[in-house]
Design a protein. Sequence first.
Length: 345
Amino acid sequence: MDLNIALILGQDGITSGAIYALLALCILLVFTVTRILLIPLGEFTVFGALTLASIQAGVPSLIVWLVLSLYLINTVLDIYAFLKHKTYFNKKLCVFSGIYVFALIVGMYKLPLETMPMLLQVLFTLAVITPLGPQIYRAFFQPLVAAKPLVLLIVSIAVHVVLVGIGLLMFGPNGAQTIPFSTATFEFGSLSVSSQTLVILATFVGMIIILWYFFEKTLYGKALHATAVNRVGAQLMGISPLFAGKITFALAAFIGALSGILIAPITTLYYDSGFVISLKGFVGAIIGGLISFPVAAIGSLAVGVIEAFSMFWASDYKEIIVFTLIIPFLLWKSLTSRHIEEDDE
């Protein structure tokens, strides 16, 4: 290996690591607010990439029917809860959501999406995928808001399995790539950097700045931050854990879909590719102790770099090498953390 190859591998590793860091951010955000390890996060990534690929190919994506199905299921659940338990039913939100879903279906089948500028294609894809987050939370996790983390983990795994099967039905077994945002390259000495890499890094930095502003300067962001720090205290102050859960799942779906859109031009994604991708983000989140995003981001970048160099030196074992990284950090957390038995309910 010479310096040029090392630079190329480093560039690929940092590019992949930035994507893993965004996914690690989603995992940390959802876990700290809801205590849910979001196993289906990878499906948001894959659905975003494959939906954009379908749009660019001029084929309407069937995912809008999944959005409609979840909307109808959640509406029935809300009406049942209102009639049975006298819970609050937001009629205006229900009507607005129905209009929004109807608009997505009409846009998917009637608009000339394949000839639209790529930016509009991306925005439409995000508009389709993002509602899946709060819809999935309402259908599968909201009834279990007071359940133990182990129960939530089992449900999360079940939702992942169901979404993988639905992904096969919607997108088929064939993989897909999307059109690159730009084919330009930039020379930095002996290193050639693609514009796609710069777009991914710029998006990563931009998302960090936007999320920092959201959590530090906005009311909703401060409410989520308070819920992450102290769930009971936030609830006593009037912050609904159900509302916090829906917001965090919406953010996770948005960032997950955006991550898939960013990597789709440089790698072929299949309906079941999401689990391995999100698992690498999970390794970064574990390095951060499921608490610290800066540490998780550094860990995710390290995962990307190690993966790139492992692909060069031992491509057959690169996945094993990457996932083995989690073992020393789990051992270290186990030896340095206090173990407290949960009280029986």
